[in-house]
Design a protein around this ligand. Structure first.
Ligand code: SF4
Length: 259
């Protein structure tokens, strides 16, 4: 189904629909307050802030001290937990305590700092883009890290994850397709993509996953964005029941609206 006229979406917006259309409705259409927030999500955000400090330092040719990076993580984690608590939004620590979460974050950061390459040429950190996906259809996002290579750029997306990534995600996830398109539009040159994943496993690991996308992937992305627009216009937001329901930010409302 084709829609006419112009439209704009973001990677985070349409990926929330792919995770669960009902959750997407609560977050982006109703703009409902979250009932709870996952502690591991706050850990991931704090981790990004610490890594951003490192990458900005490398860009300026002056890497921050290890203690400064850990301090940035601690500050971001404490601030975000206290912000959520003051906003009346409970932090879901799952089976962990706040102290265990903090310690796991330090283990992950230690692994990251020991293994992340330092001989990189940082072109951009947290670079926003807005590009045309097809005539009349814009998409926006933010690139975590862009490195200069000879004749091309390397887009890096930093993730924290409970486990290593599986083959399905590496083959079909639409984020690399969006970000490669955004980088080519921004820099006007070929682009490659890698996930840098730091695992929350017992012994954290930094795993680099180069990901390749082609024209067929780009066509699939356009198809997905069109279909999500069409479903949204029709008010179609089915529940997608899976393991993610357990920690869902809107689980109570979703359960209350059944039937
Ligand atoms: S509880 Fe599950 S089905 Fe309901 S909104 Fe959340 S993720 Fe979707």
């Amino acid at each position: 189904m084709h829609l006419t006229g112009s439209s704009k979406t973001s990677y985070s917006r349409f990926s929330s629909w792919l995770r669960c259309p009902r959750l997407h409705k609560y977050r982006y259409i109703d703009q409902a307050a979250e009932e709870r927030v996952s502690a591991t999500m706050l850990l991931g955000t704090a981790f990004h802030e610490a890594a951003e400090l490192l990458f900005r330092g490398l860009k300026q040719g002056e890497a921050p001290l290890t203690d400064e990076v850990f301090a940035a993580f601690d500050r971001a984690l404490v601030d975000s937990i206290e912000f959520q608590q003051q906003a009346g939004c409970p932090v879901d620590f799952g089976k962990s305590t706040r102290e265990e979460l903090h310690n796991k974050g330090h283990e992950m950061l230690g692994t990251f700092l020991a293994e992340v390459p330092r001989d990189i040429h940082v072109l951009d950190v947290e670079r926003a883009f807005e590009v045309e996906l097809e005539p009349g259809r814009l998409i926006e996002g933010v690139l975590d890290l862009v490195l200069e290579q000879s004749g091309s750029v390397l887009v890096v997306d930093l993730k924290t994850s409970a486990t290593a990534f599986g083959e399905d995600k590496l083959r079909f996830d639409l984020q690399p397709t969006v970000y490669l398109h955004g980088a080519r539009g921004l820099y006007g040159k070929p682009a490659d993509f890698e996930y840098w994943v730091v695992t929350r496993t017992k012994s954290p690991r930094l795993i680099r996953y180069p990901v390749v996308r082609d024209q067929a992937d780009h066509a699939e992305l356009i198809e997905a964005v069109r279909e999500i627009e069409a479903a949204t216009a029709l008010g179609v937001f089915p529940r997608r029941r899976d393991w993610q329901c357990q920690g869902c930010e809107y689980a109570d409302r979703c359960a209350g609206e059944r039937g």
